[in-house]
Design a protein around this ligand. Structure first.
Ligand code: BGC
Length: 370
């Protein structure tokens, strides 16, 4: 499974190359302007399309920031836009970026079908392509940069087991709130947590409860779905929620039923909200993905491509639909519980100021956050 994953060292090497070969001028965030810095005339321009700002806080608070920093540091022109969950808008943005001179297009697809349409168009115009975080199935992007998403799911499954064990739950009924059915990552997350939980269901140790996917990772819809689950099965004793937003939706419903803190809930992304839910004891765990590393690795590839280089990727990921191997960089996720929330602060992903507000200040002290 891990065979062929591009090592961080290789990604770093690409990064260094990019940095050494280019000028120092800043990037370009507007869709219209395409003026590249004089000293990097030879370099092209990178277009990045983020998916939305609701399914997770990460896209606007972390990915945009770190990508911007990387492009600025390399003096490569860039344009980062957000499709706000709109597939037509996604295509329009891509068309505009290509018209405005993008030579590299990096996308976080909203689904594989529309993602592929965008990648195909880009390729037809000689624009290099990178799948960022989500693999576009049958998309044929030149590179894929993400985390080991099956491992993310494994950590979630193990996390739920740990929290249920801590609570001495007996034959707990476990509900699944899966990510968007059109996101390949959601499939990988589920493969990961199923790998941990299914043997427990099969052994009769745990009971499989309701299992539903949340369209577009929509948090509001997740609350409605979970409310229904709990009405139909009031004995749900654990919730495998695929990210912090879905987890928070479940927690909101549990709160209304005085079950928060009693029923462990998982998450992902180490968002401020998710971490605060952990500090409050309402969320069992989250998965921290060091997005700076992901952004840096993707930017390093993009910068190399923008300079007309062919950055090498020593690893690959199999596209399950086309059967092709896509050159890839996959990073390692980390499980976060109350005890190590501080690691996320130490890493600079969230600040003490944003996390330890109001009532959370005392909890932060308890969790050793200085
Ligand atoms: C990402 C997660 C994110 C989710 C919703 C997934 O593809 O890997 O980090 O929480 O999409 O945006």
């Amino acid at each position: 499974m891990r065979k062929g994953i591009l090592s961080l060292t290789a990604a770093a090497a690409v990064m260094t190359l990019g940095l050494a070969a280019c000028g120092s001028d800043g990037g370009d965030t507007s869709a219209q302007s395409s003026a590249a810095p004089a000293e990097s005339k030879a370099a092209g321009k990178v277009g990045v399309i983020l998916p939305d700002s609701k399914s997770s806080a990460r896209w606007e608070t972390a990915d945009r920031k770190y990508l911007e920093e990387a492009f600025k540091a390399a003096g490569v022109a860039y344009d980062i836009q957000n499709a706000q969950g709109d597939k037509n808008q996604f295509q329009t943005i891509a068309d505009q970026m290509i018209t405005n001179g993008a030579t590299v297009l990096m996308i976080v697809n909203l689904d594989s079908g529309t993602g592929k349409a965008v990648l195909d168009k880009a390729k037809a115009q000689g624009v290099a392509t990178i799948d960022y975080d989500r693999l576009t199935l049958n998309g044929g992007a030149s590179y894929y940069v993400s985390f080991d998403n099956t491992k993310v799911g494994t950590l979630q499954g193990e996390g739920l087991v740990k929290c249920l064990t801590d609570k001495k739950a007996e034959k707990p009924i476990v509900a699944y709130l899966n990510g968007s059915p059109t996101d390949n990552n959601a499939t990988l997350f589920k493969n990961g947590y199923d790998g941990v939980l299914k043997p427990k269901f099969d052994a009769g140790e745990y009971e499989k409860g309701p299992d539903q996917s949340v369209p577009d990772w929509d948090n509001a819809q997740a609350a409605t779905i979970f409310e229904q689950m709990l009405t139909e099965q009031p004995k749900i004793a654990g919730v495998l929620a695929a990210n912090d937003g879905l987890g928070n939706a479940a927690i909101t419903v549990l709160k209304k039923n005085n079950l928060n803190g009693k029923v462990p809930v998982t998450g992902q992304d180490a968002t401020v909200q998710g971490l605060q839910n952990i500090l409050a004891g309402d969320q069992c765990m989250t998965v921290y993905k060091a997005i700076k590393k992901e952004a840096d690795a993707a930017a390093a590839l993009a910068i190399g491509l923008a300079k007309g280089e062919k950055p090498a990727a020593s690893g690959t990921v199999k596209d399950t639909e086309s059967g092709q191997d896509v050159p890839a960089v996959l990073l390692d996720p980390q499980a976060i519980y109350f005890e190590n929330v501080k690691d996320v602060v130490t890493d600079g992903f969230v600040t003490k100021e944003e996390l330890c507000t109001g009532d959370f200040a005392a909890k932060c002290t308890e969790a050793g956050i200085q």
